[in-house]
Design a binder for this molecule. Structure first.
Ligand code: SAH
Length: 229
């Protein structure tokens, strides 16, 4: 998979993309991430990418021309499954959406800033808008990093233990059961006996029951959907 990210702050991705699972996925050649500094696509002599909003004093708006230049350049080189804009009023990022997107070959992610982007970009250049939650961030970069992480870890070969993504919360409509590691007892706090039993059937039954119980308490709306199935 190839992910092209358009941003005015490429350095913000240092860290999220240079550590841990995404770093490994890049090293293994499973994913390519290309950062594009929007200022490089500005025709303005000061490399401006934003301007005042028509009819409102407050806040700057990202201009259409540099964004169009960048997206057109990328599209001239390959086809894209989606051109995504990170936006608080977009489709909420969920595990099913991440699952679907992990099958894509090429995507563009545009990060907004300031008051947002000229609406004509959304009307004519963007094919999908995604929100990472009902709150407002200063820019799309953190959202783009979250979206990228949620997708990349689902691509086969990225996680060492293939089943580990499948047993994560939300994959089966349940949240995850609790997990434990050594020591068996700490300050008198013991690991549930069943996990040490070596009996796979008992262990799996316990995990399912714990996951159901947690889902019922923590995410009742998910539990209701599960009950109807
Ligand atoms: N004025 C806009 C918010 C602009 S915030 C409004 O009220 O809707 C600046 C940028 O941050 C946006 O262009 C978007 O790219 C990003 N952003 C903010 N909140 C986000 C969220 N919840 N999910 C994804 N991107 C977000």
């Amino acid at each position: 998979m190839r992910i092209d990210i358009i941003t005015i702050f490429p350095e913000m991705f240092e860290g999220p993309f240079t550590e841990s699972i995404i770093k490994r996925a890049i090293q293994k050649g499973i994913v390519e991430i290309h950062l594009h500094n929007l200022r490089d696509y500005s025709n303005d002599k000061h490399n401006r990418v934003d301007d005042y909003a028509f009819s409102s004093g407050a806040g700057m708006v990202m201009m259409i021309e540099p964004v169009d230049n960048c997206i057109s350049h990328l599209k001239s080189e390959r086809n894209y499954d989606e051109v995504i804009y990170m936006s608080p009023d977009g489709e909420l990022l969920t595990q099913p959406l991440a699952n679907r997107m992990s099958l894509y070959e090429n995507i563009i992610i545009l990060c907004g800033h300031y008051k947002g982007i000229d609406e004509r970009i959304r009307e004519h250049l963007i094919t999908k808008e995604i929100s990472i939650g009902d709150y407002v961030l200063s820019g799309g970069e953190l959202g783009a990093a979250v979206l990228t992480d949620s997708i990349v870890r689902l691509i086969p070969g990225v996680l060492n233990d293939e089943t580990s993504a499948l047993s994560d919360s939300f994959q089966s409509g349940l949240v995850s059961p609790p997990v434990y590691t050594r020591p068996r007892e700490y300050k008198g706090w013991a690991v549930p006996e069943v996990l040490l039993s070596g009996n796979d059937k008992l262990i799996n039954d316990w995990k399912l029951q714990q996951a159901m119980e947690r889902t019922k308490v923590r995410r009742p709306e998910m539990y209701e959907i599960l009950k109807k199935k």
